[in-house]
Design a protein around this ligand. Structure first.
Ligand SMILES: Nc1ncnc2c1ncn2[C@@H]1O[C@H](COP(=O)(O)OP(=O)(O)O)[C@@H](O)[C@H]1O
Ligand SMILES: N[C@@H](CCC(=O)OP(=O)(O)O)C(=O)O
Length: 361
């Protein structure tokens, strides 16, 4: 049963390409009308909404007839750079009809790498929300190529959800949620516990016609966020009133139940996979100490057997066991040179302090 007041104070809404793009590849005006009306109404009711929307490449297809022999990367750049204008205008024109203002933020993975840059970005989002402006976010596809690329906007929106410590992350796709493909009739799985790891068994390979990541990325991000204290919903963006239903506590789609929230710096570190500047290899004793639930332990040089890469104090680094398994991530308290010089020795300060350490579950 839905409640009268919203159950969430701040949410990220991620809209997949297939939600807002029709069969002909064109933006669907009716769905855009519906989503913007819902977001405006939530914001006017006091809920802060950050909108992460895909669809630039799809919209570009409806504008440009490509000529010549472009590479796939060039094609994506041209379609995104042209389509993004149409996409942002489609949202902003509608928000304005509801008396709201939208702001465009185009980001790359590199923006989340450096802590100071990350904090600058957070300040910008906070300032927009304080002005009751709707941040409308997409990946900067025109410049984000190869290693600067997100897997998809599910990954990007997950980083934003964590950065802004939202109460809920709502992923809108063209399906009703995560289907239980092992049970006859494939019912939607209503709830997933943060302790459960076996959601991947339900996922069929592949993705919707114009989407990039697929259900596995959605569920992997959803599971990580729920362990960091953020509730995640995967639901159908074409269902009328879907955002209102979820924001008011109604049951629909798949809900990843949140654990106790982790502090801000730990959340940043936890979602830093792929952004590390280096790595430390640790011995079995250090691994046992870091993964023990009994007490909070910092990583000391005495347990380090190898240091890779070039990092400075404040950079995120990977922690691996001697067989190469990733044990966690942490923010370095010293440079790579200092870590190399003190590795294996007693009596030195931690290379990663406990407060800056995230152990992979
Ligand atoms: N168990 C499952 N439950 C629901 N959808 C699934 C499942 N396994 C695979 N999928 C596929 O995942 C797709 C959604 O992911 P994606 O194509 O990335 O969407 P979007 O463009 O909304 O981000 C669905 O259209 C569906 O084909
Ligand atoms: N940034 C791209 C979207 C990429 C993406 O993640 O798409 P989707 O899987 O539909 O969320 C675009 O605007 O076309």
């Amino acid at each position: 049963m839905s409640q009268q007041h919203p159950v969430y104070r701040r949410i990220v809404v991620k809209v997949g390409t297939n939600v807002i793009t029709g069969r002909d590849g064109k933006l669907d005006p009716a769905i855009l009308d519906s989503l913007t009306a819902q977001i405006a109404s939530l914001m006017q009711g006091g809920v802060e909404v950050i909108l992460v929307t895909s669809g630039a490449v799809g919209a570009g297809r409806g504008i440009v007839s490509l000529t010549g022999n472009l590479t796939p990367v060039e094609t994506r750049q041209v379609l995104a750079a042209t389509g993004q204008i149409r996409l942002i205008n489609a949202y902003n024109d509608r928000f304005e009809k509801h008396g709201m203002t939208g702001a465009q933020l185009l980001v790359t993975k590199g923006d989340f790498r450096d802590r100071q840059h990350y904090l600058n970005m957070r300040t910008c989002f906070e300032a927009l929300l304080a002005q009751k402006i709707v941040p409308i976010v997409n990946e900067n596809d025109a410049v984000a190529v190869t290693e600067l690329m997100f897997t998809d906007n599910d990954e990007l929106s997950g980083l934003i959800a964590s950065m802004l410590q939202v109460d809920a992350h709502i992923i809108l796709s063209n399906v009703d949620g995560l289907f239980d493909t092992l049970t006859e009739g494939n019912p939607v799985i209503e709830e997933i516990d943060p302790g459960s790891k076996n959601f991947s068994q339900y996922i069929r390979p592949g993705k919707s016609e114009f989407g990039r990541g697929g259900m596995l990325t959605k569920c992997t991000i959803a599971h990580k966020l729920s362990r960091l204290g953020i509730t995640v919903h995967i639901a159908n963006g074409t269902t009328p009133g879907i955002l209102q239903t979820i924001a008011h506590g109604g049951r629909t789609g798949t809900k990843f139940i949140a654990q106790k929230p982790k502090q801000s710096r730990k959340r940043w570190i936890a979602l830093s996979e792929g952004l590390e500047k280096g790595a430390v290899i640790i011995n079995q004793g250090a691994k046992d100490a870091l993964t023990s639930d009994e007490r909070a332990t910092s990583l000391l040089p005495v347990g380090i057997t190898g240091v890779e890469g070039s990092f400075k104090r404040g950079d995120v680094i990977r922690i691996c066991s001697e067989d190469g398994t990733v044990i966690g991530y942490g923010m370095a308290s010293c440079t790579a040179e200092k870590a190399r010089a003190t590795a294996g020795q007693k009596g030195h300060k931690p290379v990663i302090h406990y407060d800056h350490l995230y152990i992979v579950p």
